[in-house]
Design a protein around this ligand. Sequence first.
Ligand SMILES: Nc1nc2c(ncn2[C@@H]2O[C@H](COP(=O)(O)OP(=O)(O)OP(=O)(O)O)[C@@H](O)[C@H]2O)c(=O)[nH]1
Ligand SMILES: [Mg+2]
Length: 320
Amino acid sequence: MPDAAKSATLAERLLAGDKRALARAITLIESDDPAGWELVREVYPRTGKARIVGFTGPPGVGKSTLIGALTGELRKADREVAVLSIDPSSPFTRGALLGDRIRLSEHFLDSGVFIRSMASRGALGGLSEAALQVALVMDAAGKDDVLIETVGVGQAEIDIVDHADTIVLALMPGSGDSIQALKAGVMEIPDVIVVNKADHPMTDTMIREVRGVLSLSHDPAGWKVPILRTEATRREGVEELAARIDEHRAFIEAAGTLGDRRARNLRSEVLGIATARMRRRLERVVAEDPETAELLDRVVSRELDPASAAAELLERHVDD
Ligand SMILES: Nc1nc2c(ncn2[C@@H]2O[C@H](COP(=O)(O)OP(=O)(O)OP(=O)(O)O)[C@@H](O)[C@H]2O)c(=O)[nH]1
Ligand SMILES: [Mg+2]
């Protein structure tokens, strides 16, 4: 099996922290190459050491700039850092990847920093799935911190950072939509909130609003979500951000919730992968099976309602 032999050496190189092996591994995962899945299977028992921090927030609030500055802080502490920027490829974020590269460019020559961007893999819901696999290989490669950036204000985007140990929500003065999303419970309460661009005159108003929303929520374990004010371009407040992330990590470890959180995230990951595969399978059936096509035609012609058609579809192709 030349393939197996190839992935075995790749796994060894990856575990030894070889940067090129890591880059290769990510490419395999991104292109949905079976060798990528095989590789993750091999190295998985050696993962779980990295600290995974997810950064989310609306477009342009300064997530990449913050991550760039935070990476500088982490490097001071001699930690190895991997950054994964995810572009869910909504039309309004098209420029994000290029922007990220510029924002993080000061770290390109540092061998202790690995930076990778990942764009959407289409409509099949495979992005979140691939993101975890990538985080796993970064972890396997011995990174101390895996920082995942994703644009978003709603639940769909949060899913991508679901496997983070600590979730940082970045906002800026005027991010009203996010406040609404938090208030409405569309967005889960993050672990740390950063109000970036604190050079903006509306910063205090924003912080008050965030505090107002947080006062309505309560963490059963007793974590009090810090609201930080940063100016990422000048690195203002970034040292404190690093400290709060450390603190959150120590808190969930001490409270015993890190294990729970990881168990929950991994469970949801398994379900996510299974769901994505199931959906792909059903899409294939719909495209290839004339009987199923006919079932859908009957929905279009109002003979059969959508729920009954779905039940029939599942009965035929899943419940066996
Ligand atoms: N005035 C000011 N500008 C900032 C600050 N932080 C970031 N910016 C600028 O805001 C712009 C967007 O920053 P990014 O770091 O790319 O923001 P992002 O959230 O990663 O953006 P997307 O990935 O496109 O969603 C850039 O022009 C930054 O230089 C800040 O604290 N103050
Ligand atoms: Mg960005």
